[in-house]
Design a protein around this ligand. Structure first.
Ligand code: HEC
Length: 120
């Protein structure tokens, strides 16, 4: 019985932490983006940059889902710290990405921060 209770308590804890883990998003579909209120002041500039530049070819929904689920929604590849930089470079190299290396670096920094927040 005691063991049973312990298991239930543990289970509840795990569920609660999973429910809390997600970084907040606002809007649905094409209008989806990270909730600006969950972006701290020191990342606002990068957030603005991402919101302007990373919606040229697709919506922010793709990026929000990648952060929230830890999976890149199109290719199904893991989207975690080691992978984020590679995705940044992949986006940079696309024809007419209209971004430079510094801008990609800034967005990658922000994405890594968001991944960390999401894992909390
Ligand atoms: C020049 C067009 C273009 C720009 C600009 C662009 N993307 Fe993409 N993005 C794509 C295309 C095309 C795909 C489809 C999958 C692929 O080719 O990698 C994609 C896919 C993605 C995916 C899903 C990857 C997968 O493997 O499922 C994410 C996440 C993403 N982009 C994030 C970003 C971010 C963040 C930025 C800004 C730094 C950005 N994109 C800017 C064209 C672009």
């Amino acid at each position: 019985m005691r063991k049973h209770m312990l298991l239930i308590a543990l289970f509840t804890l795990v569920i609660a932490s999973v429910a809390d883990a997600r970084i907040m998003a606002k809007g649905r579909g094409a209008k989806m983006n990270f909730d600006p209120d969950s972006i701290p002041a020191q990342y606002k500039a990068q957030f603005d940059l991402m919101t302007r530049k990373c919606v040229k070819c697709h919506t922010m929904e793709r990026t929000v889902i990648a952060i929230q689920t830890g999976r890149a929604p199109i290719t199904g590849q893991p989207f975690e710290r080691q992978a984020v930089k590679a995705y940044g470079i992949k986006m940079l190299r696309k024809p007419d990405s209209n971004m430079n290396k510094q801008e990609i670096r800034d967005v990658v920094m922000l994405l890594n921060f968001l991944l960390g927040e999401n894992a909390k």
